[in-house]
Design a protein around this ligand. Structure first.
Ligand SMILES: *[C@@H]1O[C@H](CO)[C@@H](O)[C@H](O)[C@H]1NC(C)=O
Ligand SMILES: *[C@@H]1O[C@H](CO)[C@@H](O)[C@H](O)[C@H]1NC(C)=O
Ligand SMILES: *[C@@H]1O[C@H](CO)[C@@H](O)[C@H](O)[C@H]1NC(C)=O
Ligand SMILES: *[C@@H]1O[C@H](CO)[C@@H](O)[C@H](O)[C@H]1NC(C)=O
Ligand SMILES: *[C@@H]1O[C@H](CO)[C@@H](O)[C@H](O)[C@H]1NC(C)=O
Ligand SMILES: *[C@@H]1O[C@H](CO)[C@@H](O)[C@H](O)[C@H]1NC(C)=O
Ligand SMILES: *[C@@H]1O[C@H](CO)[C@@H](O)[C@H](O)[C@H]1NC(C)=O
Ligand SMILES: *[C@@H]1O[C@H](CO)[C@@H](O)[C@H](O)[C@H]1NC(C)=O
Ligand SMILES: *[C@@H]1O[C@H](CO)[C@@H](O)[C@H](O)[C@H]1NC(C)=O
Ligand SMILES: *[C@@H]1O[C@H](CO)[C@@H](O)[C@H](O)[C@H]1NC(C)=O
Length: 859
């Protein structure tokens, strides 16, 4: 029903035309987001999306040649124009802008002389059907035709991107295809024509997919393969990289990369003309962009700076310069050029692998082995080995295949191998890297033996000295005892008596109890034993490997036996906590006062030099993850036990959040932090670590991010905001893991949901929640309890912190059957494509006193 149609006779259509004319004429095309047949865009008029976010029209790039005109889409109303799409990038109009109109089912741009310069090349099935152009709030430009009542999309700009990814776009990697569609950079900051960089997805091996930036078709930067919900080689904390979804498309076998928009803020994700990927966020009040992510940012980020089989370590003041080293067992291919700082040749093996030798010459050589390389970006050209399901199988599959040069086993995800030179290896200094194992000839591994011999000699010496001391002690026993008695007189002898009567010779290793000063100012005596380093070293067999119980984000845990026979777990904190001794001691004393049957008990601590250790009660059963993620152990935890565990964890968390005087936010609640006692009662460990490591919680300069992918709430992962509600989120994930026996982030391909949370929501929505329950225990479940658990779990993992229940209500909901529980909202991190409804509430920032906010500065 165009204005120039013959239907003006009807009063209604006359009114319609009047309105359209009113809208079009006075203020250009302000507020109009559609262009109909027979209308055109010319003389500086533009289309503006409904929510005033994007604008379509002719522009000249600022700072560029001001007589060149391009048709494009940009963010509406910003002081400096941010262009997201250009139609005629290689064919600008010279001198004057052109016109844009719909002609015969396609969108056509003409220059001032009337010549056609750009077209969508589309045709509408029925020529006369109304064709409409609409600019949407997500930046997509639709050309629709309506056949009867149904609108059909003829063309959309999201299918023809230029250099900017807009949220709502989907990057598809078709089944069997090697590469996705590509974004191509501008030629320069002011020239939109096609530049030399492009960005897209590429499949390198079975199931191994990464984002690449290419420079004239050779790799320039890569994200590393997609593993368990993130791109594994992106070193900065997830920030803008959290929220990516990479999931199979229904039925077609292709994979789709999309971004679930987390909040209403304006994101900018552009491949810049200089080859760098720029993710920025617009501050709506100041209209300024703040940079969230810029890669590559240093020489080491650039693809294969060091050549094959070498690793790149950042050096220099800003950490931007590269410094290259050959991997263990390799040497520079061209010694002189390498020494001169030309690394293009890369490195080659020093010794040939046995499996590559001919049968006769290799007979007398030892078998090949592996050397480990810690904390690196996974090299390019990896392949998943689906057959290998554990670290051992992975190692064997690599050892048995001569073409395999290295392997890694990613816990919870699978086995990866490399079958060529190791390319683009970067050493990470934070915890985002992976450990890989490189196959080397036995002769290259041998010098390890030499180190062992050295260690053996040194330990022999130590033993001899020790024996000497013992001999002296024996001879002068009486005198030393006398001296000890004197020094002991003043102190409280209680502790010494309780510990000392068994092994007299350990008495001296405990600091006198006079030092157990109460720091908490509440008058009561805290009496937290402070152990000396030597005492704990002795108790743990000098931190012997065989006594190692595990390894957490904060350090290794060893089993120890105190004099007197008491078994303890000693956690040796790995890094400096950034606190002074006094502060550390105060924190530990405070935390030691937290006592609850579902918390692991802290018995004491040790501070000596740089060494800081915590002494916990020892629990003989392993941590929860050893049970619920292990198919052979899963049946041991029937439904009743699992429900008890869930309740126990909830009560422990409730105590931390509400009942204890400290209001502890755990920040790293996960299956491996739940220990089980003999009766399978859960005990939360590692609580209070955030206090110890994060220091004062009101401090804004925390650089350490605690937390584990898969358990981090969206507001914590993206903005560093944490509150008791972030713990609730982690609890929700943990609950669903306990119920299902799957890790949240173990879905790396094939499954039709991105993660466990997504799957739980999907089943819940289809009213099939019970299918989530671990099939190995389905016979023992109580249907109502299971339904309740899953509902509570979904309530806890909602996106908005304010929607999530507190632990008080969680405990109440778990224990009370009769109550009608609220209905959970969809967790958007599982959304595919469709952007979440926009929100303006800052999670974690409500005014209740429960909430603590810390800004975590990323690197
Ligand atoms: C644009 O302006 C010129 C002259 O001012 C006029 O002749 C022309 O019709 C206008 N075009 C449109 C589409 O309004
Ligand atoms: C601007 O572009 C026109 C047409 O391509 C060209 O003739 C002119 O020299 C350019 N001016 C500058 C400053 O580059
Ligand atoms: C339309 O077709 C012409 C001729 O085949 C081609 O040059 C042009 O690039 C096409 N335009 C688009 C937008 O695909
Ligand atoms: C065009 O199609 C898209 C996608 O179906 C739809 O969102 C949009 O509202 C349509 N616009 C018009 C004007 O029909
Ligand atoms: C990233 O893009 C924004 C928006 O265009 C821009 O303001 C900013 O300067 C860019 N950052 C860098 C480092 O180029
Ligand atoms: C930006 O702020 C304006 C008011 O200043 C508001 O109308 C608009 O909705 C905001 N946009 C977004 C995306 O939040
Ligand atoms: C590095 O060495 C290689 C081989 O010798 C040579 O081809 C290349 O030009 C050198 N590159 C530089 C930057 O000197
Ligand atoms: C192994 O045998 C092949 C052919 O028999 C020969 O070309 C090659 O040099 C031999 N390699 C070694 C390491 O002896
Ligand atoms: C060894 O590995 C290569 C590359 O991954 C693979 O093509 C080949 O089939 C493997 N050979 C065996 C025997 O598994
Ligand atoms: C949206 O997220 C960004 C970054 O994650 C944050 O800076 C901004 O404050 C958030 N906006 C709202 C309205 O929550």
């Amino acid at each position: 029903m165009g204005c120039r149609s013959n239907s003006l006779s009807s009063p209604f259509s006359f009114f319609c035309c009047f309105v359209i004319v009113l809208l079009l004429l006075p203020a250009g095309s302000h507020g109009v987001d559609t262009l109909k047949r027979d209308e055109s865009l010319a003389n500086g008029t533009t289309l503006i999306s409904h929510g005033r976010i994007f604008e379509l029209g002719f522009f000249t790039p600022s700072g560029g040649n001001s007589s060149l005109y391009y048709l494009g889409i940009w963010y509406y109303g910003l002081p400096s124009r941010a262009v997201v799409w250009v139609a005629n990038r290689n064919d600008p109009l010279v001198g004057v802008p052109g016109t844009l109109a719909i002609a015969d089912g396609s969108l056509v741009m003409r220059d001032a002389g009337g010549g056609q310069r750009w077209t969508t090349n589309t045709t509408a099935a029925s020529g006369g059907a109304s064709v409409v152009l609409q600019l949407m709030d997500d930046g997509n430009l639709f050309l629709n035709t309506s056949v009867g009542q149904r609108a059909r999309v003829l063309w959309q700009s999201f299918d023809h991107p230029t250099d900017t990814f807009l949220f709502g776009m989907r990057l598809t990697l078709a089944r069997g295809a090697r590469q996705s569609r590509q974004f191509t950079s501008w030629r320069s900051a002011t020239d939109p024509s096609e530049g030399e960089y492009s960005l897209g997805m590429e499949r390198t091996g079975e199931g191994s997919v990464q984002l690449f930036i290419w420079r004239r078709s050779t790799p320039y930067w890569r994200t590393g393969p997609w593993i368990g919900g993130r791109f594994s080689g992106v070193r900065v904390r997830p920030l803008s990289f959290y929220g990516w979804n990479f999931v199979p498309e229904d039925g077609s076998g292709s994979m789709v990369l999309s971004f679930a928009r987390y909040n209403a803020s304006l994101f900018w994700f552009q491949l810049q003309w200089d080859g760098r990927e720029n993710i920025s966020i617009l501050d709506n009040s100041t209209k300024m962009w703040s940079n969230a992510f810029l890669q590559p940012s240093g020489e080491c980020d650039i693809y294969n700076t060091c050549g094959a089989n070498a690793k790149c370590t950042e050096s220099g003041d800003a950490g931007k310069r590269a410094s290259c080293q050959c991997l263990r067992g390799f040497m520079p291919q061209w010694q002189t050029t390498w020494a001169a700082g030309n690394w293009t040749g890369g490195c080659v093996r020093k010794a040939q692998l046995k499996c590559e030798m001919n049968a006769t010459s290799g007979a007398s050589v030892d078998d090949d082995g592996f050397a480990d390389l810690r904390g690196v970006k996974l090299p390019d050209l990896s392949e998943w080995v689906i057959a290998a399901t554990d670290a051992d199988g992975c190692r064997r599959s690599c050892l048995n295949n001569c073409t395999c040069t290295a392997y890694t086993y990613v816990e919870g995800t699978g086995c990866m191998t490399w079958s060529s030179d190791l390319v683009d290896v970067q050493q990470f200094t934070d915890s985002t890297g992976y450990n890989i194992f490189i196959k080397l000839a036995a002769s290259e591994l041998a010098d390890k033996d030499r180190i062992w011999i050295l260690i053996l000699i040194i330990s022999l010496l130590v033993v001899i000295i020790f024996l000497l001391i013992l001999y002296l002690w024996w001879n002068y026993k009486a005198k030393i005892k006398d001296w000890l008695k004197k020094s002991r007189k003043r102190g409280d002898t209680r502790l010494l008596a309780s510990l000392g009567h068994v092994r007299q010779d350990h008495q001296a290793e405990f600091v006198s109890p006079a030092e157990f000063v109460d720091q908490s100012k509440d008058g009561k005596n805290s009496e937290l034993p402070i152990f000396s380093f030597d005492a704990l070293a002795t108790a743990t067999g000098y931190f012997h490997e065989s006594n190692k119980l595990g390894q957490g984000g904060f350090g290794h845990v060893y089993k120890g036996i105190l004099p007197g026979g008491r078994e303890v777990a000693v956690k040796r904190l790995s890094e400096k906590s950034g606190q002074g001794h006094e502060e550390f001691k105060n924190e530990v004393i405070l935390i030691a006062k937290l006592q609850h049957r579902n918390l692991v008990r802290l018995i004491g601590c040790c501070i000596q030099g740089d060494e800081k250790m915590l002494v916990y009660e020892y629990l003989p059963n392993k941590s929860l993850d050893a049970f619920i993620f292990n198919p052979s152990m899963r049946p041991l935890l029937d439904w009743r036990k699992r429900f008890n565990i869930i309740e126990g964890i909830a009560r422990g968390m409730l105590y931390l959040h509400r009942d204890s005087r400290l209001r502890i936010i755990h920040r790293d609640l996960k299956a491996s932090n739940i220990l089980l006692d003999e009766e399978m009662n859960p005990k939360i460990s590692d609580f209070g670590m955030a206090r110890i490591f994060g220091g004062n919680q009101n401090q804004a300069n925390t650089t350490r991010v605690v937390g584990t992918f898969g358990y981090m709430s969206p507001e914590y992962a993206m903005e560093g905001l944490f509150s008791i509600k972030s713990d609730v989120y982690s609890f929700g994930v943990l609950l669903l893991e306990i119920v299902s026996g799957h890790r949240n982030n173990s879905f790396h391909r094939t499954q039709d949901s991105p993660n466990l949370v997504g799957r739980a929501w999907q089943l819940w929505n289809e009213d099939k929640s019970l299918e989530l329950v671990d099939p190995l225990i389905r016979s023992s479940i109580s249907t109502r309890e299971a339904m309740r658990c899953i509902q509570v779990g979904l309530l806890c993992v909602q996106d908005r912190a304010n929607d999530r229940p507190t632990m008080t209500s969680v405990v109440f909901m778990l224990e009370n059957e009769a109550m009608a529980h609220p209905v959970p909202k969809q967790p958007t991190f599982t959304l595919e494509g469709s952007p979440a409804e926009t929100e303006s509430v800052r999670p974690g920032c409500d005014t209740s006193a429960d909430v603590t906010v810390t800004v975590v500065t990323g690197r």
